[in-house]
Design a protein around this ligand. Structure first.
Ligand code: SAM
Length: 277
């Protein structure tokens, strides 16, 4: 089945954008995934096609109207199979590789991109949108965030990456950063390649790579290293969709948000499946 991405945006012409190139672009043309963009402005009802208004309570900036955004979301939901619906926002759960793998295991995603000060919170709640951030900084709009998230997903779809570029051995695949890479020439500007890589001894190469991955993770990302080192006993982040709940061996002791109806009732906004508003 084709993995289906629907983007709800004020700038539909930004898609597929860079995802039309390289591996993602080839995958798109081969039908491994599909993308459609829904222009929020097309769902405005007044003569001026207004999509935003001033914030209640005062303050700077404009807020995207819930009625207009909701109508655009409804069209995106109706256009494909039932999929998690996400709102890209710097206030969301920070995207990581485990979330990406979980999204890829499903039929696709609906992505709502904000602009201005963001979207009226009532539409986020009414549709049960999963709020996702791509990092602790603020972009001017959700579109670049949607492109980043989609790129991370699409490259993992079957048939998109070649075997040579397999995502099995790379940073974050098993909780470690990746070891460094080298190619020809073996000596460049007086800098030699680590001799073990020229030895032809596969077991020694694998041992060196593992040790380097551990060293780099320990030095650069103590947070990842602590989680990796204590993986069997430390709680990890709560799972966010049923796919993650099914794969609990990855996250042994984290609370499960969606599998238990009581948990789900306690945290409905983390589900991400479109609600019938
Ligand atoms: C200028 S930002 C709004 C920032 C918002 N007023 C705040 O302080 O949280 C406009 C839009 O960009 C998107 N955006 C900005 N930073 C993002 C991030 N780190 N991750 C995901 N989306 C982001 C969101 O869709 C947001 O609604």
């Amino acid at each position: 089945m084709t993995w289906q991405a629907s983007v709800v945006t004020l700038f539909p012409e930004m898609f597929p954008g860079p995802l039309g190139q390289s591996l993602a672009g080839k995958g798109l043309r081969k039908g491994r995934w599909a993308i459609d963009a829904f222009d929020i402005r097309g769902f405005a009802t007044d003569r001026h096609r207004t999509v935003d208004d001033t914030p209640f309570g005062g303050g700077a900036g404009m807020v995207m109207r819930p009625d207009v955004v909701d109508a655009a979301l409804a069209a995106a939901i109706a256009a494909g199979p039932e999929r998690p619906a996400l709102y890209l926002t710097p206030r969301g759960r920070v995207l990581d590789q485990a979330m990406v793998r979980d999204f890829v295991a499903g039929p696709g995603l609906i992505l709502l991109c904000g602009r201005y000060e963001g979207v009226d919170q009532r539409v986020v709640e009414a549709r049960g949108l999963l709020e996702v951030s791509i990092g602790d900084y603020v972009l001017s709009g959700g579109e670049p965030a949607a492109l980043v998230l989609l790129d991370a997903c699409v490259r993992l779809l079957p048939g998109v990456m070649g075997a040579a570029e397999s995502g099995v051995e790379e940073s974050h695949a098993d909780g470690l950063l990746e070891y460094p890479h080298y190619t020809r020439p073996a000596d460049w500007q007086g800098r030699a390649v680590p001799p073990v890589l020229l030895s032809g001894h596969h077991a020694e190469v694998a041992k060196w790579r593992r040790a380097e991955a551990e060293r780099i993770t320990r030095e650069r990302r103590p947070d990842l290293w602590a989680r990796h080192a204590g993986r069997d006993r430390a709680p990890s982040a709560p799972c966010v969709t049923e796919n993650q709940c099914a794969g609990r061996d990855r996250a042994p002791s984290a609370p499960c948000v969606t599998a238990n109806p009581q948990d789900a009732a306690a945290a409905p906004a983390m589900d991400g499946r479109p609600a019938a508003a």
